[in-house]
Design a protein around this ligand. Structure first.
Ligand code: TRP
Ligand code: MN
Length: 451
C-alpha cells in the first residue's frame, strides 16, 4: 500500500486518456522546459485551501466550484475571464448573504484544458483522425494537422494558465472583488432580467449593511476581508506529462505539491485504484477532488480513499457526485452512509451537470435547467436525511450571454440553442441561469443549516 511514490511513479501504471505523441523527443523536450519554470501556485496556498475545505467538511462553510467545461486558447481574453469571475462572485455573495455561510471560491479555470474522450479516434465520412482532447493536446478542427498531438501546446497551456491566473489574482485582490463594488458585478445582459433585478435588490441590502456598520463607527478601510476574496483554481488532472512537469517539492516541509492549480481532480474515467492517475495524485499534498458517478460502489470509494488519503487529513478530499437527476436519490445515500460509518469526513460536492447531458431535437448537446435543479434539490434532501453536510456545488458556467442549456427563467428552448451556442465541449449555464441556481441553492443551504 505504501510503496514509494515519486513524481513519475505513475509511469509504471496503465494510463488512460493520454494522447500518443508522434515525436517522443519533442514531448520530453517540452516537459523539461516546463520543469524548469516556476510553479503557478505555492504550497502555502494549497494548504490554505485544504484548511478552508476542512471547514466545509465540518459543515461550517460551502464550496462553490465553477467555470468552463474546457477552456480554449482562443477564448481567454481579459473580458471572458473577468465575466466568469464576476458571475462566480455574484453566486458567492448570494450564498454568503442568503445562507449566512462562508463560501470557498474555486474556479475550474487557468488550466482546464484537457478532456477525456470515449474514443481515441473520430471518423467523419470515412476519414479517421485522433479525437480532439482539448487545446493542451491538439486542435478541434477536423484536419490531420490540427488533430496531431503537439507538445508545444503544453507550453502554451502553461503560459495561458499563468496569464489567466495573474489576472484572477489581480481581480481577487486588487479592488474588483471589494464588497463595496457589489453593484458593478452584474453584466449588462443580466441587469434587466428577473435574476438581475433580484441581485440588484440583494446588492442594495449589502450596501445598506455596510453603510450602517460604517455609521456605527466600524472602520471598513481597516478590514481587509471586505476588500478582497481568496480565489483558488482547479482542473482535472488528466494530462499527466504536464502535471508531473509542474510538481515541486516544498523546501520547508519536504512535501510534494502539484504546481498547476490549488486543487486537482480525478475524473470519472480515470479513477481506477490501480491506474496511473490515482498513483500520481496520491503523492501530492494539494487537496484533491474525485468525480463519483452512478456506478460507484461504497467499496470502490473506500478503496480509493484508503489509497489517496490513508492519513485522513481534514480537507484533503472533495467527492464530487455526478449522478444524473433521478439517479441520485438511489445512489448517494449508501455512499454517504458507508463513509460516515468508516469515519471518513469528506467534502460532498454536487456536480448537477455531467449526469444530465442530452441531445436536443435540432442536434445540440444540451442540459435542462430543470434537471440540474432537481439534482441539486435531491442532493440537499439526501444530506438532510443522512445528517451530513451538503458541502458544495460544481458547475459549468460562463459569464457570456450564451444559449447552451435549456430552460431557466429566460425560458430557453431548442430554437434558442441556435442563437448563441459557443461551447467547444459541454453546454454551460449562462450568467442569468447561474444566478438563478445560486438563489435556489442559497435557500436550500439556509434551510439545511437551520435544521
Ligand atoms: N472576503 C469575504 C469573503 O470572501 C467577503 C467578500 C468580499 C465577498 N468580497 C466578496 C464575498 C465577494 C463574496 C463575494 O467571503
Ligand atoms: Mn464537462
Amino acid at each position: 500500500m505504501n510503496e514509494m511514490w515519486t513524481p513519475d511513479s505513475w509511469r509504471q501504471r496503465t494510463a488512460r486518456q493520454l494522447p500518443t505523441y508522434p515525436d517522443a523527443a519533442a514531448l520530453a523536450q517540452a516537459e523539461r522546459q516546463l520543469a524548469g519554470w516556476p510553479a503557478l501556485i505555492f504550497a502555502g496556498e494549497a494548504d490554505a485551501l485544504r484548511t478552508r475545505l476542512a471547514a466545509v467538511a465540518r459543515g461550517e462553510a460551502f464550496l462553490l466550484q465553477g467555470g468552463d467545461c474546457a477552456e480554449s486558447f482562443e477564448d481567454l481574453g481579459a473580458d471572458t475571464v473577468r465575466d466568469t469571475f464576476r458571475v462566480i462572485l455574484q453566486m458567492a455573495v448570494v450564498l454568503t448573504y442568503g445562507a449566512a455561510c462562508p463560501v470557498v471560491k474555486l474556479g475550474r479555470i487557468a488550466g482546464q484544458f484537457a478532456k477525456p474522450r470515449s474514443s481515441d479516434v473520430e471518423t467523419v465520412d470515412g476519414t479517421a483522425l485522433p479525437s480532439y482532447r482539448g487545446d493542451i493536446v491538439n486542435g478541434a478542427e477536423f484536419t490531420a494537422a490540427a488533430r496531431t498531438p503537439d507538445p508545444q501546446r503544453l507550453i502554451r497551456a502553461y503560459s495561458h494558465s499563468a496569464s489567466v491566473l495573474n489576472l484572477l489574482r489581480a481581480l481577487a485582490q486588487g479592488g474588483f472583488a471589494d464588497l463595496h463594488q457589489v453593484h458593478r458585478w452584474t453584466a449588462d445582459f443580466v441587469r434587466d432580467s428577473p435574476q438581475g433585478e433580484r441581485f440588484e435588490a440583494l446588492a442594495g441590502r449589502i450596501a445598506d449593511c455596510l453603510a450602517f456598520m460604517e455609521a456605527c463607527g466600524f472602520d471598513a478601510a481597516r478590514t481587509p476581508q471586505l476588500h478582497a476574496v481568496e480565489f483558488y483554481t482547479s482542473h482535472e488532472a488528466l494530462h499527466l506529462h504536464y502535471e508531473q512537469a509542474l510538481v515541486r517539492r516544498d523546501e520547508a516541509s519536504g512535501r510534494w505539491y502539484g504546481g498547476s492549480a490549488h486543487l486537482l481532480w480525478l475524473g470519472e474515467r480515470t479513477r481506477e485504484v490501480e491506474g496511473a492517475h490515482v498513483e500520481f495524485l496520491r503523492g501530492l499534498h494539494n487537496p484533491i477532488g474525485i468525480k463519483v458517478g452512478p456506478t460507484a460502489t461504497p467499496s470502490d470509494l473506500q478503496r480509493l480513499l484508503d489509497r489517496v488519503d490513508p492519513d485522513r487529513v481534514p480537507g484533503r478530499v472533495v467527492l464530487i457526485s455526478r449522478m444524473g437527476a433521478g439517479k441520485l436519490p438511489n445512489r448517494l445515500p449508501a455512499l454517504v452512509r458507508s463513509l460516515r460509518e468508516a469515519q471518513r469526513d469528506v467534502v460532498w460536492c454536487c456536480d448537477p451537470m455531467h449526469g444530465n447531458t442530452v441531445s436536443s431535437a435540432n442536434g445540440y448537446k444540451t442540459r435542462d435547467f430543470a434537471a440540474i435543479v432537481t439534482e441539486v434539490r435531491d442532493f440537499f434532501a439526501v444530506h438532510a436525511a443522512e445528517g451530513s453536510h451538503a458541502g458544495g456545488l460544481h458547475f459549468e458556467m460562463t459569464g457570456q450571454d450564451v444559449t447552451e442549456c435549456r430552460g431557466g427563467a429566460q425560458g430557453l428552448t431548442d430554437a434558442s440553442l441556435e442563437e448563441r451556442y459557443r461551447s467547444a465541449c459541454d453546454p454551460r449555464l449562462n450568467g442569468s441561469q447561474s444566478l438563478e441556481l445560486a438563489f435556489m441553492a442559497a435557500e436550500m443551504l439556509k434551510a439545511g443549516r437551520k435544521a
